[in-house]
Design a protein around this ligand. Structure first.
Ligand code: NG6
Ligand code: CA
Length: 515
């Protein structure tokens, strides 16, 4: 049973020390915090990480201001479990119902759970979330009335302001939800949503391909919104439908407004972009600009969003006291279900860098994601860190930064690592557990990586990704073989045993406690 709300307990000793701190030092404990959290953008998709055919200058600018991590991970290789782990500090595989959420999933993080947003709110921050949510809304899955407030929602878990897409761009309902309420809704044209059956008379991608401007390559053949067929069925709500070309502009605008509206007090903004998830529909400003089709164009659009945030912080003089974090929820995928020429126009570009696998996978490209922290006066500009790190630790790290003790039971898998995240210490995690789309686990210490035997296909043809699933144990020496080409489990049986035992200890117990 999870604890109820406890609030923040200041650490007696640190608050006593803090009383001797200078005003500047005090302020540097409480920077504004902005996450720019991409969707499906891989390690190799950004020019700061070596991409040659795509140029992302604003991300480069951020990297030059701060520390760029080469071995930082999302906790999982898909969106919902990654975001769950990041916001709760608990590995998603500990909790049922945290796989890729349907568009009508109920709230996965319930109000009694202490979240990262609660932490900031209790510390006196204004908290907001803008963008892709994908952690469910409402009390019961499939039973939400989308015409009424969707509660429990983001507000019940610490976000005072929200402007979100309920799930993903390819899942209905294709509407924005602001502070629990679908916006621009005409009461005479209510929204209906079903993930079970179509509404009689409504066209679908499957039956009416002639109505499509973008065709699915696999799945995505249900309700048609803006000429694009999606996952799930919806009817009505015409005035509330988003325009796909304007999603980046709308979300970035809301993120900028949030910053402007809170410029005189500390704020925490979780800005989760739709770029570069499918369906990839860049704005006219970026359409055709990358030469790589919509996927490349969406990478440029993402970079533009980053620039807008950085420019806003500079314009308002907030750049000096804002911690900006850029990362992605999971690794890259080229064909994720639409015929958008991503495969045909990929050329020499390697979205996962030198790493094997991709989104959905236990191999490195599944979770080794782009990651940058920038914080003027605290992080030395242009630092590169190879420390083994994970987004799951941001929660405890913020508690460390704010000098507050987390309520008992909160963020059980999160480790405070401020020194590593600010580039001051090379050592990262001792052990990190990673999760792929089939919930198979792997564990790494930075050198060795052990993939626990499990079910599921080795290769997912539809998306052309090796998933890492195998009935046999796998062991890779990431130092010698970062591309995970050689399974050396047979050569190092002792190491396999050690890693397997360590993984079971973490699975059975709570990391950080005596195991
Ligand atoms: C998959 C979808 C994929 C994407 C993914 C979730 C099909 C065939 N594929 O099931 O397109 O939506 O779920 O992506 O439906 S994530 O980045 O949000 O985890
Ligand atoms: Ca994703």
């Amino acid at each position: 049973m999870r604890k109820e709300f406890y609030g923040i307990l200041p650490l007696a000793l640190t608050s006593c020390l803090a009383s001797h701190a200078t005003a500047q030092e005090k302020q540097s404990n409480r920077p504004n915090v902005v996450f720019i959290y991409a969707d499906d953008i891989g390690y190799g998709d950004l020019s700061c990480n070596g991409a040659k055919t795509i140029h992302t200058p604003n991300v480069e600018r951020l990297a030059k201001m701060g520390v760029r991590f080469t071995n930082a991970h999302s906790a999982a290789a898909t969106s919902t479990p990654s975001r769950y782990a990041m916001l709760t500090g608990e590995y998603a595989w500990r909790k049922a119902g945290t796989g890729i959420a349907a568009g009508d999933a109920a709230a996965i993080i319930r109000p009694e759970r202490y979240t990262m947003a609660n932490l900031f709110k209790d510390a006196g921050y204004n908290t907001g979330v803008v963008g892709k949510w994908h952690l469910g809304l409402g009390d019961k899955g499939g039973e939400q009335d989308w015409n009424k407030p969707l509660q429990p929602g983001t507000n019940d878990i610490g976000f005072e302001y929200s402007f979100i897409m309920a799930a993903t761009g390819d899942r209905v309902p294709c509407v924005f939800v602001e502070n629990d309420q679908v916006i621009n809704l005409d009461p005479n044209d209510p929204i209906q949503v079903s993930y079970k059956a179509n509404f009689p008379g409504e066209p679908t991608g499957k039956d009416n391909p002639e109505l499509l401007k973008m065709h699915p390559s696999h799945g995505h053949d249900q309700s048609i919104v803006n000429g694009i067929s999606r996952i799930g069925y919806m009817k009505g709500g015409k005035s509330a439908l988003w325009q796909d070309e304007k999603i980046a502009e709308t979300l970035t605008g809301k993120a900028v407004s949030f910053i402007e509206g809170h410029k005189s007090a500390p704020f925490f903004l979780y800005f989760a972009t739709q770029d570069a998830h499918v369906p990839r529909v860049p704005s006219p400003q970026f359409a055709g600009k990358s030469g790589m089709g919509p996927r490349g164009d969406c990478l440029l659009e993402f970079d533009w969003s980053v620039g807008e945030i950085l420019n806003t912080l500079e314009r308002l003089g907030l750049d000096k006291n804002t911690l900006v974090i850029l990362s992605s929820d999971n690794g890259p995928v080229v064909d994720d279900g639409y015929k958008d020429q991503a495969v045909e126009l990929l050329g020499d570009h390697t979205p996962g860098g030198i790493y094997r696998g991709g989104k959905y996978s236990s191999f490195e490209a599944g979770t080794r994601i782009p990651c940058i922290w920038s914080w003027q006066g605290v992080i030395r500009p242009g630092t590169v860190s190879d420390a083994l790190l994970c987004q799951i630790d941001w929660f405890a790290t913020f508690a460390e930064m704010l000098n507050v003790r987390l309520p008992e039971g909160a963020a059980p898998d999160s480790e405070p690592m401020l020194k590593a995240w600010t580039g001051k210490q090379k050592k990262g995690r001792e052990w990190l557990v990673l999760q792929n789309a089939q919930n198979n686990l792997s564990v790494t210490d930075g050198k060795w990586k052990y993939l626990r035997p499990g079910n599921g296909p080795a290769y997912l043809k539809a998306v052309n990704i090796e998933l890492g699933n195998s009935k046999e144990p796998q062991l890779y020496d990431l130092k010698k073989d970062p591309g995970e080409k050689n399974n050396v489990a047979d050569q190092y049986p002792e190491q396999v045993k050690k890693m397997a035992e360590q993984l079971e200890k973490i699975v059975d117990g709570r990391y950080g406690l005596p195991l």
